[in-house]
Design a protein around this ligand. Structure first.
Ligand code: HEM
Length: 385
């Protein structure tokens, strides 16, 4: 992709994400008010009811009906969570504007506030999860497992992103903050799924559209973070201290393991359940689309002679393949405390995300700038970007 086309694509992507954050942020901030004041406007519920239908937004199987007891009992914790989450996505969106970043003092000030507020939001989420456990979470154990993964992933992303900024590892800082932001964006993106799938599957409930959206985002949240990290990458060449990755043997080993693991998953699925349900299908569409994007971009970068991009897409493609063996292990682990169905769904909602996140961390680590100490004791960069 030419530089101009890349810039245009980044601008369109950032514009769409900012619009989503600015639209949904106030709805999230206002969401819990009705547990304190019955006359609250209920911005989200009214939007949901108008775009899909009243029954889907308020009837059996809706968050509204299923979670009313848990939300009433934990209204202060959730008020913290939803208010902090709503503010955080708007501030993070602003931080990714090159214009806002141009004023470094302002970028730092907003950044410290945005990071703190995101961490407060995650503390609220974890407090809720600890208070209600898997049974008290909407959609039960599978979503509970994904919410823990999201809470921990966001906390780690923000924490490492701040540490990288302090160490002036700017490429690492940007990628890690993109990762944290992508995970935060799963909240509004899930709502987009409620609206879209609610219309596509007229007889569905939010219990199903929530799991289907979550299954798709298990691949696309970390992959979206990587797309943003690539758009932000301005390096021309790698630092000489960071050597190339192992060659073809690695690709073949990962591919063979993935094929065997995918067959094992398919076999377990077909012996435990009847036919393909819509949640699994949506998750598989996410996985296949993700793999195609990684392969296409890897080949395009190689053709263009962009070694850095080709290598990063290769790591991300391999990480996606590693999702299959990760799935085998997680399903077996989740089997211990949960039913087979919950353990399977929990695996579907977390395995691709875990494998991709590890691949993402490998990419981030390889973006570090290596400094050496000169005889006079000054730190000198080997190569920068
Ligand atoms: C990415 C990390 C996040 C985690 C781990 C998380 C966790 C949670 C949890 C545990 C719940 C209760 C779910 C249940 O009923 O079982 C919840 C609900 C909620 N969260 Fe988050 N959340 C995250 C991000 C966000 C963000 C960024 C926002 C706002 C933009 C947000 C807004 C809400 C709202 C409005 C609710 C209540 C209504 C609903 O579930 O539709 N969350 N979240």
């Amino acid at each position: 992709m030419s530089t101009t086309a890349r810039k245009r694509a980044s601008l369109i992507g950032w514009g769409a994400i900012t619009a989503l954050a600015v639209l949904y942020g106030p709805m999230a901030i206002e969401y819990m008010w009705r547990f304190f004041n019955p006359d609250a406007p209920e911005l989200w519920n009214h939007t949901f009811g108008a775009v899909v239908d009243h029954e889907e937004a308020y009837g059996p199987g809706s968050i509204e009906a299923e979670q009313v007891v848990q939300y009433t009992q934990n209204r202060y914790i959730l008020l913290f969570h939803t208010t902090a989450g709503g503010i955080a996505i708007v501030l993070f969106a602003a931080q990714f504007s090159a214009r806002v970043r141009r004023n470094l003092a302002r970028h730092r000030l907003i950044g410290r506030f945005a990071a703190s507020i995101a961490l407060i939001g995650m503390a609220g989420a974890m407090a809720f999860l600890l208070a209600v456990g898997p049974e008290g979470t909407f959609d039960g154990a599978a979503f509970y497992l994904q919410l823990w993964a999201l809470a921990l992933g966001t906390t780690i992303g923000v924490g490492l992103g701040l540490a990288a900024a302090v160490k002036r590892q700017i490429a690492m800082h940007q990628a890690l903050m993109a990762y944290a932001f992508a995970l935060l964006l799963t909240a509004p993106l899930l709502r987009v799924f409620y609206l879209f799938l609610g219309n596509l599957w007229p007889e569905t409930t939010q219990l199903e559209t929530n799991l289907a959206g979550a299954a798709f985002l298990a691949t696309w949240a970390p992959l979206g973070a990587f797309l943003a990290a690539r758009a932000l990458d301005v390096r021309q060449r790698r630092t000489t201290a960071i050597g190339p990755l192992p060659g073809r043997a690695l690709d073949l080993g990962v591919l063979a393991t993935a094929v065997v693991a995918a067959a094992a998953l398919g076999w377990r699925y077909s012996t435990a359940f009847d036919g393909l349900d819509r949640v699994t299908t949506t998750g598989l569409v996410g996985v296949v689309a993700g793999l195609s994007v990684a392969l296409t971009n890897h080949l395009a970068a190689r053709r263009a002679g962009n070694d850095l991009a080709a290598e990063e897409w290769r790591v991300i493609g391999l990480a996606q393949l590693a999702g299959a063996p990760t799935g085998v292990v997680l399903w077996a682990l989740y089997d211990l405390p949960f039913t087979t169905y919950d353990a399977y769904l929990g695996m579907l909602l977390t395995a691709p995300a875990l494998a991709l996140s590890i691949g993402f961390l490998v990419v981030v680590w390889r973006r570090r700038v290596v400094r050496r100490t000169t005889r006079s004791g000054e730190a000198a960069q080997l190569v920068d970007h």
